[in-house]
Design a protein around this ligand. Structure first.
Ligand SMILES: O=c1ccn([C@@H]2O[C@H](COP(=O)(O)O)[C@@H](O)[C@H]2O)c(=O)[nH]1
Length: 238
């Protein structure tokens, strides 16, 4: 499979393979076929067969995003990132703590792996930030973490699509990708997500890539659900 252009709407959509088993993930990827070109592998699959599966998908031409949200002592983060580089994956997340981001930058040096810094989870709101001991508003936290991530050489920021305008206005440069989970088509259950945006509004508001799990993986017709989101992406671009 030749690499798809960034202008192709499929390059904007990462489907989160949060499935209970490798067999179910393989079945879903086969069913989605060429409709989906970008996949995210997180804790659920990553802690079982997901790393090997991601390596296989990357070799077959899919774009792979390991959402492992690393945060550990520097040496462990650096060595973990070095292992992920060897899988051929394209993206990896780390939590946006300065030491962790510096270690991740060292681990991926000289490779094509892009490191994304997770600011504040999209399942959090202001109350959750206060409960975790943060002072200041959620938006100001996202902004300061994003600025620090850019200063430390991160390639992208994970935030809600509610914050993309704010981040660009605050000077986050265009070369830094804004990757946004918490995407919900109109009328779809938000589940545990607290900062949700529709696919169309997210793209119109400046999100570079959307991360979508359950609205595609937990429905009767995942191909139709993915296609409807791709249609919204096209509509948003006018
Ligand atoms: O802030 C964050 C960071 C990561 N995620 C991940 O994205 C998907 C979203 O799945 P849905 O089923 O569409 O809610 C999931 O894998 C999360 O771990 C996030 O939601 N928010």
């Amino acid at each position: 499979m030749s690499p798809i252009s960034n202008q192709d709407p499929r390059a904007k959509l990462f489907v989160a393979l949060d499935l209970p088993s490798l067999a179910e993930a393989e079945r879903l990827v086969a069913r989605l076929g060429d409709t989906v070109t970008h996949y995210k592998i997180g804790y659920r699959l990553g802690y079982s067969d997901g790393i090997a599966f991601g390596r296989e998908l990357a070799a077959s031409g899919k774009s792979i995003f390991f959402d492992l949200k690393l945060h550990d002592i520097d040496n462990t983060v650096r060595e973990g990132v070095e292992s992920i580089v060897k899988t051929g994956a394209h993206y990896l997340t780390v939590h946006a703590y300065p030491q962790t981001m510096k270690a991740a930058a060292a681990g991926r040096a000289g490779s094509h792996l892009k490191i994304l810094a997770v600011t504040i989870l999209t399942s959090w709101n202001d109350v959750d930030c206060a409960e975790a001991g943060y002072a200041g508003s959620l938006q100001s936290l996202v902004q300061s973490k994003a600025k620090q991530a850019v200063a430390l050489g991160m390639d992208g920021i994970v935030c809600s699509a509610q914050e993309t305008g704010l981040l660009r206005a605050a000077g986050i440069p265009d070369r830094v990708e804004l990757v946004t989970p918490g995407i919900r088509p109109a009328g779809v259950d938000s589940g545990d997500q607290k900062r949700i945006v529709t696919p169309r509004a997210a793209i119109a508001g400046g999100a570079d890539r959307l991360v979508v799990g359950r609205p595609i993986t937990a429905v009767a017709d995942p191909v139709a659900a993915a296609q409807a989101i791709l249609d919204e992406i096209v509509m948003a671009r006018g």
